[in-house]
Unconditional design. Structure first.
Ligand SMILES: [Ca+2]
Length: 467
């Protein structure tokens, strides 16, 4: 930066406090360009002052106030100290702000602090640290808003908001951490990617760049049961070791002579997790009516090693009456890339036989970054390829890819139309990896586990504890 920005900030700060200054003590340059000072009580009453540096304020000012705004600025720049005036009156508190902003490199950053009618510009200290000294009335409450912006204020990067009440002491300190800034709400071109993320990735936050392909919120991706591993992962608690069993058997009683339509519910679940996280999950469920029962069996094991957590399992849905068998087999491995990044790779095969045979084969390699205060990772890059076979013939392929730094997932489907047989391609961009997966499972509230739809945005369990 930072010299240019420092000068700009300095000027901005000077304009704001230019009509008066409060400090009789020499102060370092870094403080002199920051923030409002005690005189802002007056400034707040004369808001025009901030827009015209050379105009004499019309409000009555301290007799000791230097009326030459420009010369104050020069003095400050050269001497690093402010001109002497009255000390702040007793009903003002000096607030020292120390603010850590989200990481972003630019030489035109700006950090503004608003509290009621008071406005100040913070000064860059170094790295992501900024500071400001302001004088606010004691024992007063206002909404405090801190605005972090690039391009000298033109592009919002993040904001911090909190109701702040001054105390009765003469000085207070206020610290704001980078994580307290809301950066995701600032998306000037409304493409779903924040201004900060776009600038960091080198794209223009003001120009929507997905113009070549349709941009959708989610991926339409039918039938593959891609994230089925998650329906098992989410059943395991953090507790180790852990054993759980659940049995219910609601059989028909007194239904004669029309028992055929009565619903019944038989279920047996067992979950066992050892000290290091190896696990077995078995879930057998028979439901439906007496004359039309449906059997669902889920079984998977989890193996923890030094370098990975692996799942291996199967989900079966069987109805003898409907002549329907659906089998989903899956393998999945989560491995650590670094402390907060995980690779998530696997294969899911879904086969159905109901008159004809269908088969989906999905292979995926996804990179995810951990979500704070969560056991989940957010997918940030990766590749998913699914092929669909009908009676053994390839009917469509779908690929979903995203490189690190890309704004969107690129989705490409090739579908074989019949009559005449023609491959039709459909391409679009997706903001999120919303690959929905349904589980034809329990629907009744009195069961321990209800139906599961995959986590939104393709989030997955990333095993931060075990890796
Ligand atoms: Ca954007």
């Amino acid at each position: 930066m930072h010299r240019t920005a420092l000068l700009l900030l300095f000027i901005a700060g000077t304009l704001m406090v230019g009509c008066s200054s409060d400090s009789s003590e020499p102060r370092p340059l870094i403080d002199s360009s920051s923030a409002t000072t005690g005189a802002d009580i007056t400034v707040a009453d004369a808001p025009d002052l901030t827009t015209d540096a050379n105009q004499q304020p019309t409000v009555e000012l301290d007799s000791t106030t230097d009326s030459d705004v420009g010369s104050i600025g020069d003095d400050l720049l050269i001497n690093g100290s402010e001109t002497e005036t009255n000390p702040p009156t007793q009903n003002l508190a000096q607030i020292e702000f120390t603010i850590t902003v989200p990481v972003f490199m630019s030489d035109s950053l700006q950090l503004r602090i608003e509290w009621g009618e008071f406005e100040a510009t913070a000064t860059w200290v170094g790295d992501e640290i900024w500071s400001a000294t302001v004088f606010y009335p004691v024992n007063t409450e206002n909404l405090l808003t801190v605005r972090f912006a690039d391009n000298n204020g033109a592009i919002e990067l993040g904001t911090f908001e909190q109701v702040y009440r001054t105390g009765t002491s003469a000085s207070e300190a206020f610290q704001i951490a980078a994580s307290q800034f809301d950066t995701q709400s600032w998306d000037a071109d409304e493409d779903g990617i924040s201004n900060l993320d776009e600038l960091s990735a080198g794209t223009d936050p003001l120009v929507f760049e997905g113009e070549s392909l349709d941009v959708r919120d989610s991926v339409i991706f039918l039938g593959s049961h891609l994230f089925i591993t998650e329906s098992f992962s989410r059943r395991l608690p953090a507790e180790r070791p852990y054993n759980f069993s659940f049995d219910v058997s609601d059989l028909v009683e007194g239904c004669e002579p029309n028992c055929a339509d009565f619903l019944r519910n038989i279920r047996s679940v067992s979950i066992a997790v050892d000290e290091i996280g190896n696990a077995n999950v078995v879930d057998f469920h028979e439901r439906g009516s007496v004359s039309f029962p449906l059997n669902i069996t889920q079984e998977a094991s989890r193996i923890v090693s030094d370098s990975s957590v692996q799942w291996d399992g199967e989900w079966d849905n069987f109805s003898e009456v409907a002549d329907l068998t659906t089998t989903v087999t899956f393998t999945n491995e989560v491995a650590a890339i670094d402390e907060t990044t995980r690779s998530y790779t696997g294969r899911t095969i879904r086969s159905s036989i109901s008159g004809s045979s269908e088969r989906y084969v999905s292979d995926y390699t996804i990179t995810g970054s951990s979500i704070e205060n969560s056991t989940l990772c957010k997918p940030i890059a990766g590749s998913i390829v699914t092929s669909y076979f009908n009676e053994g013939d390839l009917v469509y392929t779908g690929t979903i890819t995203k490189n690190t730094g890309d704004l969107f997932w690129t989705v490409s489907f090739e579908n074989l139309d019949q009559n005449p047989p023609t491959w039709r391609e459909e391409d679009y961009l997706a903001r999120f990896l919303n690959v929905r997966y349904w589980q034809n499972d329990a629907t009744s509230d009195d069961l321990a586990f209800r139906g599961f739809v995959s986590e939104p945005e393709g989030k997955f369990h990333c095993d931060l504890i075990d890796l």
